[in-house]
Write a protein that binds this ligand. Structure first.
Ligand SMILES: NC(=O)c1ccc[n+]([C@@H]2O[C@H](COP(=O)([O-])OP(=O)(O)OC[C@H]3O[C@@H](n4cnc5c(N)ncnc54)[C@H](OP(=O)(O)O)[C@@H]3O)[C@@H](O)[C@H]2O)c1
Length: 674
């Protein structure tokens, strides 16, 4: 949803509420008081006493004894979150859902998984979200970006950024307590990473850049948090950054940017103190220069003003930290912490919780459902592919979101990630207590283990990894034509009778073999295949994506599916990006060219574009709707890596196509659709 601002920058002051009454909350309250655009109207605390004390000090009219009450205060337009890090995600999501703008203290969240949920919630609600990196709001930082862009130091090659201080060891303090998200990386290392990403972006013509690689080391202390840590970040364009942080020792706390012609030195990059000097320019063969920044407000007053300006214009004013920028930062911080060996309760399979405390199906959930023979549960028509998660925290964020959008069907496989995917999904099902409502698809017996014995062995292992007694749907991952189909039907029925599987079928099975399996089942009074998982998409697969994989997009297969009403779980329903990136002159993606480029497919793409323009949607949504609007029951497998990708697939659920439109899109004049 795009944000529509209802206020203009020069209108009434932005009405702030402050959530939490600790040390930075006071600093920010002073900032709002000194700002040109804000006014403090309310504060929320866990206690009335603390709220009153804070409100008295800053002359704030409304003082609430809970954060919920602050969110419900109709007088408040924007809320500043000033709690310890582990509370950021849940309150940011709730504030978004209360329809208020969010300025959230850094780090935006504990993990990239949580950050995806916050960014999506803000986008759904159409509110401004900014991570409170105050240095990004100061004119000194804007000047630094301008200098890098001007090329004054030539091509940027190396960046050094440090932020670290010595806080006496106290395992109960926010900085040293693992449960409160302690450690230098999240407390101030995040500044150094955000600065490197900003400068690498400025040097390569973008707002910010993402590291291709993060290599790191550090010392984890007795309370389980990083006390000293450093990382090397490799950026596109051959730029290297060295970042360092600490809570146990004072660091230099400066930024140096080295280019082919010289260097920029920033003595006070974070607090932007004019007394420390400003930006020093050292260019070979020229006299050193120093640029002094004219600042007329305090650092936090700038932050409040830039935020108000962002609200007025409907997007975060660069180089202040937008949601997209924050997501990249959180990802790099995840990698830095992982390398150093610091993790928090929110990342562990037994203590992670949904961002709202518990799973809540959203009122706006767009999901639609269908039925599969031999299975009582309804099945979501979009199926979450579980083959690409690397951590529990990330997987849980993705799956929570899918569940809250109404998704209940999850597809995984024995060979995915050497068992990691099945284990992660199993941990999530157990933690969230949704095993009974979920529809779990397991796949096994992939070539070269496609035989009844291997099928049985792998199935038992799959159930063990998932921690469940049975699968709702089991699919053979491949077929083996050397084995008579009846042998597979027999063994599948044995597992069904033992309660290990319910509905079953085959992935990448020819429809002839499926029909043979079902003839055999009928003759022997056994359960036959109720599902098949082949490719199905508007674009026809020209060359198989993987060896031995099969498509059912051709008219004969569509006719067969329609007649038999067998459920198809289609993979590559969106032709692996053909409807987003496909173009005759785009040949950089060799796989796209090999599998999908044909004159017919380009003609379908043109029609998808034309129809998308008429229906005010995107060609990819038209392509997905083509699949979901077939007359046979089709369930589309999706494989999003990020929450925003899940949501973009969800948009296709709202698109309906008439039979005539489907025939036209597919360049056919057949009677299949009648
Ligand atoms: N941008 C900056 O310059 C800057 C500087 C320092 C800190 N920060 C960030 O600001 C956040 C808060 O840091 P801080 O130094 O202000 O922390 P703090 O002094 O400990 O204050 C945190 C406040 O959060 C509330 N809170 C809620 N649950 C809590 C819990 N379980 N334990 C402790 N406090 C809890 C409390 O307010 P109530 O009792 O009123 O609910 C408390 O006063 C952190 O995320 C930190 O990274 C930013």
């Amino acid at each position: 949803m795009s944000f529509q601002s209802s206020r203009s920058f020069s209108s009434q002051p932005l009405r702030w509420g402050i959530l939490g009454t600790g040390s930075i909350a006071k600093t920010f309250a002073r900032g709002v008081r000194d700002s040109q655009t804000g006014t403090l109207v309310a504060v929320g605390s866990r206690s009335q006493e603390s709220a009153d004390q804070f409100a008295n000090e800053f002359e704030i009219p409304s003082r609430h004894a809970s954060y919920e009450a602050l969110l419900a205060d109709a007088d408040v337009e924007a809320i500043y979150i000033a709690t310890p890090h582990p509370l950021h995600a849940q309150w940011a999501v709730k504030i978004a859902e209360a329809g208020k703008h969010i300025l959230c203290e850094k780090p935006l969240t504990l993990t990239h998984g949580e950050a995806m949920q916050v960014v999506q919630a803000a986008q759904n609600a159409g509110v401004i979200l900014m991570e409170a990196f105050m240095y990004r709001c100061h004119p000194q930082t804007a000047k630094l970006v301008e200098l890098v862009q001007s090329g004054i130091i030539g091509d940027v090659q190396f960046i050094q950024a440090s932020f670290g201080f010595r806080a006496g060891f106290n395992p109960n303090s926010r900085l040293y307590n693992n449960e409160l998200g302690g450690g230098g990386i999240l407390d101030v290392g995040c500044y150094a990473v955000s600065m490197s990403r900003l400068i690498a972006g400025a040097a390569t013509g973008q707002g910010f850049a993402e590291p291709l690689k993060v290599v790191a080391q550090g010392r984890v202390g007795e309370s389980g948090v990083d006390e000293v840590a450093a990382a090397t970040l490799s950026f596109p364009g051959g730029i290297t950054a060295q970042v360092s942080t600490a809570v146990a020792v004072n660091l230099e706390n400066t930024v140096r940017i080295f280019g082919t012609e010289g260097q920029l030195f920033v003595p006070s990059p974070w607090m932007c103190r004019p007394t420390d000097g400003a930006i020093k320019i050292i260019v070979s063969g020229k006299e050193n220069r120093e640029i002094v920044i004219e600042a007329d407000r305090s650092l936090y007053a700038y932050e409040a003003d830039i935020f108000a300006q962002s609200v007025a214009q409907g997007s975060v004013v660069a180089p202040a930290m937008s949601g997209a920028d924050a997501l990249g930062n959180m990802k790099a911080l995840d990698e830095w912490r992982k390398a150093v060996g610091v993790s928090y309760p929110a990342e562990k399979a037994d203590s992670n919780k949904p961002v709202r405390g518990e799973l809540e199906k959203q009122k706006s959930a767009p999901m639609i459902y269908g039925q599969v023979a031999n299975l009582e549960k309804s099945v979501s028509r979009l199926v979450m592919g579980c083959d690409n998660q690397t951590t529990f925290a990330h997987g849980a964020a993705m799956w929570d979101d899918f569940w809250e959008q109404g998704g209940n069907c999850f597809d995984t496989g024995y060979i995915y990630g050497g068992g990691t995917q099945e284990r992660l999904l199993g941990q999530w099902l157990k933690n969230r207590g949704v095993r009974d409502e979920a529809v779990i698809i397991g796949k096994g017996a992939h070539t070269p283990h496609c035989n009844p014995e291997a099928l049985s062995r792998q199935l038992l292992e799959t159930l063990d990894r998932l921690g469940v007694s049975g699968l709702d749907i089991y699919m053979m991952h491949r077929d083996n034509l050397q084995i008579p189909v009846g042998e597979f039907v027999d063994v599948l029925n044995q597992h069904r009778q033992a309660g290990r599987i319910r509905a079953f079928g085959g992935s990448n099975w020819s429809l002839e073999r499926v029909e043979a399996a079902n003839d055999y089942a009928k003759q022997h009074n056994l359960q036959g295949f109720s599902v098949v998982s082949n490719n199905f998409s508007l674009a026809r697969m020209v060359d198989p994506v993987w060896g031995g994989c099969i498509s059912a997009s051709d008219p004969a297969s569509r006719k067969w599916l329609q007649e038999h009403q067998l459920a198809l779980f289609s993979w590559s329903s969106q032709a692996r990006g053909f409807f987003v990136r496909g173009a005759r002159d785009f040949t950089a993606d060799e796989e796209l060219v090999r599998c999908w480029y044909s004159d017919d497919n380009f003609a379908r793409l043109e029609r998808a574009k034309e129809l998308a323009a008429r229906k005010n949607t995107s060609p990819i949504n038209i392509a997905a709707a083509y699949v979901l609007n077939q007359l046979s029951p089709i369930f589309a497998l999706i494989g999003p890596r990020q929450i925003n990708e899940t949501h973009s697939s969800m948009a296709s659920l709202a698109v309906t196509l008439t039979p005539e439109e489907r025939v036209w899109l597919n360049l056919e004049s057949d009677s299949l659709e009648s």
